[in-house]
Design a binder for this molecule. Structure first.
Ligand code: COA
Length: 374
């Protein structure tokens, strides 16, 4: 086995933040307008009135207080309720390329490496803004990297699945230094008119540099990847039917199922125990006890869910130190979430400390990465 290290992380945070108060005000204005416009049918009992959203519900049910987005104005405009992200010409850098380059540059700088040191780029996220040419190849060109690049999508678990792909490429000898980037523009697939989910997502991009020991001159301070473990079980409880065949049926081309939807409660109940047992078994397989794990960087979808998972893992209520939260200010940034938590809360760990990066989401899909600080 070749030793593999995570030597750098980067984060791109979009320029605008939307608080729950702002989001709920806009949603409720839209609901009032809708109910007013459909007053006659509602009074005649032909139509159910829409219900308002509430800041208190959002914070209590999810732990989310605000989210960063690529465009705030379009989302809050009740005539629109989606970000305004004008299409760019083929010759211009795509949005996902721009955010990827920002995050990648920070990861490279942190690792003390340049584009010349990297030989593969994996873009792993929930939504790509086009099918081809692969956005990763555009990012590779924008950074000036030789070698190869590819896109992959395993929804919220894309980061850990991407890290496993990088780990395997290094073990197989097909690369020595791999950038794994997660450019998530979740506001593009979120239905801001859906009360159950309008508050869930935010936008962000993360990057990690994964390297073979053969190109790491001094491992001090870096995180060794002891191993990765992935798991998938088919479920329709988180689903998005957007795809290239949508245009082949005009009746349903733009229907709401072409955006994110979920049965949140079912997801909560079904995924929580699966994640806890994945991490437990993975840590055990690595010859590590949970009592030796200093920190878990969990997927950031729901604060209550993370509290329960951490409790199951450690056998007691845990501190923010043991399981840091970023979803209060970032919301659910899909695959970027656990990496944002890692990026922000890793530097205080001591040499010899163990940790687990874990993502989970649609599929269902789950990934665990056990790390040890040098
Ligand atoms: N404002 C006010 N009330 C709301 C509301 C809103 N925005 N959205 C839903 N409600 C109401 C519901 O109508 C329901 O009312 P009822 O009890 O009268 O029927 C009540 O609040 C509870 O709704 P429910 O959907 O059961 O809430 P919840 O406690 O399960 O929380 C989630 C919803 C989405 C926050 C939560 O289920 C969750 O985060 N699940 C995990 C999702 C996940 O991890 N996904 C993977 C990553 S994508």
């Amino acid at each position: 086995m070749v030793k593999v290290f995570l030597t750098g992380t980067g984060l791109y945070t979009p320029p605008h933040s939307i608080s729950n108060e702002e989001l709920v005000r806009s949603f409720n204005d839209w609901v009032a307008q809708y109910n007013d416009q459909h007053k006659t049918d509602i009074e005649a009992g032909k139509l159910e009135p829409l219900q308002p959203s509430s800041v208190e519900f959002i914070e209590k049910a999810s732990g989310i207080k605000s989210r960063y987005v690529m465009d705030k104005e379009g989302i809050l405009d009740i005539k629109r309720m989606m970000p305004y992200l004008p299409e760019r010409a083929d010759g211009e850098p795509s949005l996902q390329c721009e955010m990827s380059v920002e995050a990648a540059k920070e990861a490279l700088a942190q690792a003390g490496k340049t584009a010349a040191d990297v030989d593969a780029v994996i873009l792993a996220c929930s939504n790509f803004q086009r099918p081809y040419p692969a956005v990763s190849v555009e990012v590779q060109a924008a950074l000036g990297i030789e070698g190869f690049a590819y896109d992959m999508n395993v929804a919220c678990s894309s980061a850990t699945f991407g890290i496993q792909a990088a780990f395997n490429a290094i073990q197989a000898g097909s690369a020595k230094s791999v950038l794994v980037i997660n450019p998530e523009i979740c506001s593009g697939h979120l239905n801001f008119k859906d009360r159950d989910s309008h508050f869930i997502f935010g936008d962000a991009c993360t990057a990690v540099l994964i390297e073979s020991e053969s190109v790491v001159t001094d491992s001090k301070g870096h995180f060794e990847l002891l191993g990765t473990k992935l798991s998938t079980n088919y479920s329709n409880n988180i689903r998005n039917n957007f795809g290239f065949l949508n245009r082949c049926d005009e009746r349903t081309e733009f229907s709401n199922d072409k955006l994110f939807r979920q049965s949140g409660r079912k997801v909560f109940k079904e995924v929580t125990p699966k994640v806890a047992s994945l991490i437990q078994s993975h840590v055990h397989e690595q010859g590590v006890e949970m009592s030796d794990v200093a920190r878990v960087w969990l997927h950031q979808a729901n604060g209550n869910m993370n509290r329960l998972i951490a409790q199951k893992l450690f056998g007691k209520e845990v501190t923010d130190q043991q399981s840091p939260t970023i979803l209060d200010t970032y919301a659910n940034t899909s695959s970027a979430g656990s990496i944002i938590a890692f990026h922000k809360y890793k530097d205080d760990l001591n040499a010899g400390d163990f940790g687990v990066i874990c993502s989970f989401g649609a599929g269902y899909s789950m990934g665990s990465v056990v790390v040890k600080r040098h």
